[in-house]
Design a protein around this ligand. Structure first.
Ligand SMILES: [Mn+2]
Length: 367
């Protein structure tokens, strides 16, 4: 009745019977079968309406959830970086750091040193007959590497400016490959903040004996989204690490200087008439394609002396032109279960380039 527009119609039983009696007299009352049909189709209609309402409610809820997730994502992106950095800075006891004596305006290096950090894979945790590796070892090896470099710089006496270039894969990540989740310790955010702190310590130690600049590019393990097809360009651990180092460099004024890499995945350094290009090695197959050096030169309109990469976890140097090289430096991680499975073996190593006006020398440093 309400649906037919009679809002104030009576609804008592006698009234209903009266209407029925009139309908029967007029012959407008439906047969028993038709009546059953009507009932079921009314029910069906009612059901459809209910489902429609539910659908709508669900849709509205989905919309709301989508909005909420977007807000959550936006907040967490900013909050993660901000939290990581503020916790790190709050925890840092700057008084404990070695005093830095050399500042930018004093720099006139007879020779310069490029120090590469590659494939630290912080967070990897495994023990196999051939090798073991874990976060504590990453810290120890970074310390050892710093010690070797400091002795070398002190011995040379002609190196004042040190350029540190991080070639990527600073973290192991946690969701990259299904099969490696059991060889991983710590969450991605812990991996990022802890390795940033260790890299900072490494830079601070070097700043005892040289003026230090730092820049870093991303490797395949640095992608925050494990699936490379869904990965946003630059959404990487190395972007976070760079931000942390930049913030620390700003508050410690002159100890270490942060330099923005040319790109998330590429950088280059011009030094005393020589030019060096740096990539991780996953996108540019430095180890197997000898034309990478000249191609990078074409893209960046520059004559590069050498291209330096990491990625393959072993040292490899190929002369691709007259005194021009394609180089892969080794890893901190060393041989891992994946390498064993693939039949590769290699030791831990990193690499440096000593540059002066007369030339340059690429060296492997064992760890
Ligand atoms: Mn790697």
């Amino acid at each position: 009745m309400i649906k037919s527009g009679f809002y104030d119609s009576d609804s008592n039983e006698s009234y209903r019977c009266l209407i029925k009696a009139v309908q029967k007299e007029q012959g407008s009352l439906p047969s028993v079968e038709k009546h059953a049909d009507m009932l079921s189709s009314n029910k069906l209609q009612g059901l459809k309406e209910k489902i429609g309402e539910l659908h709508y409610a669900k849709f509205a809820e989905q919309q709301e959830r989508r909005e909420l997730n977007k807000v959550k994502r936006d907040i967490s992106k900013g909050a993660l970086v901000a939290d990581s950095i503020s916790n790190l800075v709050a925890d840092m006891n700057f008084a404990e750091l070695p005093k830095s004596k050399i500042y930018k305006n004093q720099v006139k290096s007879p020779s310069s040193l490029i120090i590469c950090l590659s494939d630290i894979h912080y967070g990897a945790d495994f023990s196999i007959p051939q090798n073991e590796y874990n976060p504590e070892m990453s810290a120890r090896l970074l310390d050892e590497y710093a010690g070797k470099l400091i002795s070398f710089i002190k011995m040379r006496k002609d190196i004042i400016h040190v350029h540190v270039v991080n070639l990527g894969d600073s973290i192991e990540h946690a969701q990259m490959r299904q099969q490696n989740t059991f060889e991983v310790r710590k969450t991605v955010s812990e991996q990022v903040t802890e390795i940033a702190r260790l890299i900072w310590k490494f830079l601070a130690r070097l700043s005892e004996v040289a003026y230090v600049t730092y820049e870093g590019i991303a490797g395949n393990h640095d992608r925050l989204n494990g699936n490379y097809k869904n990965a946003l360009t630059g959404d990487t651990a190395s972007t976070l690490i760079n931000q942390i180092i930049r913030s620390l460099a700003e508050v410690t004024d002159g100890r270490v200087e942060y330099v923005e890499a040319k790109d998330y995945y590429f950088t280059d350094i011009d030094l005393m008439g020589h030019s060096f290009a740096f990539v991780h090695g996953d996108k540019h197959k430095v180890d197997s394609n000898n034309s990478v050096l000249s191609k990078l030169g074409d893209i960046h309109n520059k004559h590069y002396d050498a291209v330096i990469a990491g990625h393959i976890h072993h040292y490899k140097m190929t002369e691709v032109g007259e005194n021009r090289f394609q180089v892969n430096f080794g890893s901190f991680k060393g041989i891992d279960p994946y390498a064993v499975q693939q039949g590769f073996a290699s030791s831990r190593s990193q690499g440096i380039i000593v540059v002066n006006k007369k030339g340059y020398e690429i060296r492997r440093v064992t760890l």
